[in-house]
Design a protein around this ligand. Structure first.
Ligand code: HEC
Length: 124
């Protein structure tokens, strides 16, 4: 074995690892850009109205992304009309098991059409 010869086999291996690490980062970046674009797809007019109501009245406690838990309120993605309507009165539909046992949520006096638009938005 020649002592002046630099053994590159190890470093080449490291180089390959670094390369795949960066391609992984690139892939993760592209995926996040893609999912961001998907999330900003246009909503139906009804869901858009629901989004307005949600942003104005609910995100003080619930997460701006309804699928995630908020500071005070739990996730509310895919809530049914029945659940939303009962919640506006501070109640739950019969037999519904609440995500939280607290009774901290404000009551709201929304019309049926407004609750329907909230339901439409929360389905997104
Ligand atoms: C003052 C804070 C607050 C506001 C504002 C608020 N919520 Fe809530 N919400 C809560 C809390 C806390 C809970 C958990 C039960 C409880 O404490 O009443 C909850 C529970 C819920 C649930 C039931 C979740 C489950 O499956 O158990 C729904 C649906 C919901 N909220 C929808 C809404 C909508 C829609 C709005 C806006 C119109 C809203 N909330 C505004 C705090 C709030």
């Amino acid at each position: 074995m020649n002592p002046f010869q630099i053994d590159r086999s190890g470093s080449e291996k490291g180089g390959n690892h670094r390369l795949s690490f960066f391609s992984f980062l690139l892939l993760a970046f592209l995926l996040s850009v893609f999912s961001f674009c998907k999330e900003s797809k246009p909503l139906s007019p009804e869901a858009e109205a629901g989004r307005g109501l949600y942003m104005a009245n609910c995100i003080a406690c619930h997460n701006a992304n309804p699928k995630l838990d908020g500071a005070v309120g739990p996730s509310v993605g895919n809530s049914s009309y029945e659940l939303l309507e009962a919640r506006m009165r501070g109640e739950y539909p019969p037999g519904y098991v609440p995500k939280r046992q607290s009774t901290a949520m404000t009551r709201f006096n929304f019309a049926e059409a407004q609750i329907r638009s909230l339901e439409e938005f929360l389905k997104q």
